[in-house]
Design a protein around this ligand. Structure first.
Ligand code: RP5
Length: 171
């Protein structure tokens, strides 16, 4: 049996209630055979653990950190403040304001400490994985090849959908 690959992406979510969104990130990474570690850590409820995790992430072999939180979403900012690894932030729709609160508190980082913020919710969760793969593909030709294939398949699917629609409209 082949040994399990070491995870290169760390996924940190503010609460287990964020998991239904983050599942898409893990699933997308798996499509590229990228292993990830998933942790629940909160900037507010477990600030010490979150900071420590980010501080040690590079040394522990991670290449990208993906953070996700809702509401006053400070988690990605805290992670980014404790590492030089790229941090991708997913704003999760919270209990009010349709995720605008999460979006703004994730994206509006002060200069010097970027969080690459993706869309709110499912699209963002998938794009966070793709962005992490794109970052790692800069120094990994196998991943680069998989990305090219992924984009080709997306284009093919759109063309197929268009062809089907044209048929329906002609009928
Ligand atoms: C954030 O608060 C979490 O990331 C979650 O999106 C939101 C609500 O957390 P729970 O109260 O459901 O644990 O910190």
């Amino acid at each position: 049996m082949a040994a399990k690959k070491k995870p290169t992406v760390a996924i940190v979510m503010g609460s287990k209630t964020d998991w239904p969104v983050l599942e898409f990130t893990v699933k997308t990474l798996k499509e590229f055979d990228v292993e990830s570690t998933v942790k629940v850590m909160s900037a507010h409820r477990t600030p010490h653990e979150a900071s420590e995790f980010a501080e040690n992430a590079s040394k522990n072999g991670y290449k990208v950190i993906i953070g996700a939180a809702g509401g006053a979403a400070h988690l990605c900012g805290v992670l980014a403040g404790h590492t030089t690894l790229p941090v991708v932030g997913i704003p999760v729709k919270g209990w009010a304001l349709d995720g605008m609160d999460s979006l703004l508190s994730t994206v509006q980082m002060p200069k010097g400490v970027p969080v690459a913020t993706v869309a709110i919710g499912k699209a963002g969760a998938i794009n966070a994985a793709i962005l992490a793969v794109q970052i790692m593909a800069l120094s990994d030709v196998t991943l680069k090849r998989k990305l090219v294939a992924y984009k080709k398949k997306m284009a093919k699917d759109v063309l197929k959908a268009d062809a089907e629609l044209q048929k329906e409209l002609e009928a």
